[in-house]
Ligand binder design. Structure first.
Ligand code: NAP
Length: 290
């Protein structure tokens, strides 16, 4: 039987650390606070906002939700970000992505203070992932990419020397997770919609991380013996049900370990986000002291 890499176990371990950090900060009068910005949130954005709200209240993090209308311009979003940058009582900012097409996301990438960039969207955060200097408190890795690493570490799945096929090359998941894995000495193949022989590449990998957003993309033809699969995809199928990129039921008996959807990577992503908020709050104190 395969090991089901449940996200809840990993999230609980992360949340324990977050809670300790939050309690410590509160004793010094700091209220770790997250601002969440969503432009015209859809149903799945609202569901994610609710999850964040619930977890924030459990962990003692203050949440400010800023829902902006569909016709929000880049200038208006920039003004909102600038207010967050200036507000010392807000420690982290999450901007729901993808933003509408009219928004110049590159402007936001350079505007948001990296110290508050708890979802790793800024150019500074991404270059810290690229150059492997995240320890310098120059931003954060994108939460979902970091969540994949946390899952592998929690379940003692070796990264060093492994061949890992990453399906997807977005700045949100595919590319940053590939870099984080390379920084940990994996050999990574980044695959995308133009990749030829995708199934063949995946069959030759020890670990497959799928972040394509295509239901049932990864099936039995992608598999060989003793593989681990992290399924990042979130796809809404019939009856509003959620499934990942992996044809879960079909591959279940052919893999060594696999994350479920829901209950896998997504659960850990939220935990990473809130840990980052607590860390950003801690770092802001350190900065004031210095
Ligand atoms: P995205 O920006 O649409 O990127 C998708 C990537 O997958 C692209 O690089 C695309 O290739 C590649 N791709 C698409 N179809 C493919 C195919 N048939 N074969 C190989 N590659 C293919 O999406 P994203 O933001 O990275 O998100 C990916 C998935 O993860 C979505 O389902 C999203 O909902 C989910 N997600 C989950 C979490 C979580 O916490 N679990 C967080 C964020 C996102 P090209 O570059 O060539 O277009």
């Amino acid at each position: 039987m395969p090991v089901i890499l449940k996200g809840a176990n990993v999230a609980n371990a992360i949340n324990k650390n977050t809670q300790t950090l939050v309690q410590m900060l509160k004793k010094t009068g700091i209220e770790p606070t997250l601002a969440v910005i969503a432009i015209m949130p859809n149903n799945s954005d609202l569901a994610y906002q609710n999850t964040i709200k619930k977890e924030c209240s459990v962990l003692g993090i203050t949440l400010k939700v800023i829902n902006m209308p569909h016709n929000t311009s880049t200038t208006q979003l920039c003004e909102q970000i600038e207010q967050i940058n200036k507000n010392n009582s807000i420690h982290g900012c999450l901007l729901f992505q993808p933003t509408p097409k009219n928004i110049d996301i590159n402007k936001i990438r350079t505007l948001l203070k990296p110290q508050k960039d708890v979802d790793g969207i800024t150019s500074t955060s991404l270059s810290a992932v690229f150059t492997d200097i995240l320890d310098n408190n120059l931003g954060f890795a994108p939460c979902t990419a970091q969540a994949c690493i946390n899952i592998l570490d929690y379940y003692n799945i070796k990264i060093i020397g492994k061949h890992i096929a990453v399906i997807g090359r977005s700045l949100v998941v595919g590319r940053p997770v590939a870099l984080l894995l390379s920084n940990r000495h994996a050999t990574v193949t980044i695959c995308h919609s133009k990749t030829q022989n995708l199934a063949n590449i995946c069959r030759n990998a020890d670990i497959i991380i799928s972040a394509a957003g295509v239901a049932n993309l990864v099936d039995k033809t992608f598999l060989s013996k003793n593989q681990v699969i992290l399924d990042v995809g979130i796809n809404i199928v019939t009856n509003g049900k959620i499934c990942g990129d992996v044809d879960y039921e079909t591959v279940l008996n052919y893999v060594e370990a696999i994350t479920p959807v829901p209950g896998g990577v997504g659960t850990v992503t939220t935990a990473v986000l809130l840990y980052n908020v607590a860390t950003a709050a801690k770092n802001s104190v350190k900065k004031e002291v210095v």
